[in-house]
Design a protein around this ligand. Structure first.
Ligand SMILES: *Cc1c(COP(=O)(O)O)cnc(C)c1O
Length: 235
């Protein structure tokens, strides 16, 4: 029989704790984001009641709709590819946007943030394995250049980096990618750019979050491992 949501959360938190212990990290450095995309409200509610306060969604409409119906103390993380024409719907609803991969998108976030008089925390999305199918910046030089440009925009705070590592059955395959993302954050910090910090490393999903924590993740994004398989209604 399938495990319940509280049981799954307990397991994930135990695994995160053990990975922290193994690597001498403080458990408090790691935030579990429950990725609730496609899942119905009652399931989110169950996770909320069990203590989850960070939820990840990848579609604007779904995030806005769920945010309107669940408690105000939830931190909503936008983790999916974001279109510029949808930015205006979420700047004042999200806790952090993980998926900023272009200056044009950052400019739009800045514009809407200033309009709504909020400051938006963002992460730069890095395509750390250089996969053709993925979004994100691909090399150190362009990452630093983009961070520099975005750091000058009002209404935005760069908090770190995010990556979606390749899908794999063996999380060890992704260890080097997580290391590379960590190293990139160190390289960017060394540039000493005003208004930029690299405290957040959003990496690791259901298949590889333990490895990601061992390599320095501050935020892991776990969907299937908490809520079970996603069923997409195909058209
Ligand atoms: C769906 C998704 C996740 C969660 O994936 P699982 O494998 O279900 O844990 C994490 N990050 C992003 C960006 C996603 O789109």
């Amino acid at each position: 029989m399938d495990k319940t949501i509280p049981e799954n959360i307990t397991t994930v938190l135990e695994n995160i704790g053990a990975a922290c212990d193994r690597t001498g990290r403080d458990r408090a450095e790691v935030t579990l984001i429950a990725v609730s995309k496609t899942k119905p409200l009652p399931m989110l509610q169950e996770a909320y009641e069990y203590g989850i306060r960070d939820f990840g969604e990848n579609r604007v409409q779904e995030l806005v709709s769920k945010a309107g119906r669940l408690p105000d103390d939830i931190r909503w993380h936008m983790i999916g590819h974001l279109q510029r024409n949808k930015v205006k719907y979420i700047v004042d609803k999200v806790y952090m946007i993980h998926s900023v991969d272009s200056l044009r998108l950052a400019e739009e976030i800045s514009l809407e943030a200033v309009k709504k008089q909020v400051t938006v925390k963002i992460l730069m999305e890095v395509n750390i394995a250089g996969e053709a199918s993925k979004f994100g910046i691909q090399d150190t030089e362009s990452a630093i250049a983009l961070v520099r440009a975005v750091s000058l925009l009002p209404g935005i705070q760069i908090r770190g980096l995010m990556t979606v590592a390749p899908y794999t059955d063996n999380s060890e395959d992704n260890r080097q990618y997580f290391r590379n993302l960590k190293q990139l954050s160190v390289d960017i910090m060394r540039e000493n750019i005003d208004n930029v910090n690299m405290n957040v490393l959003s990496m690791g999903m259901s298949g590889d979050y333990i490895t990601a924590v061992e390599e320095g993740a501050s935020h892991v994004r776990v969907g299937t491992g908490i809520f079970g398989d996603r069923i997409y209604n195909s058209i």
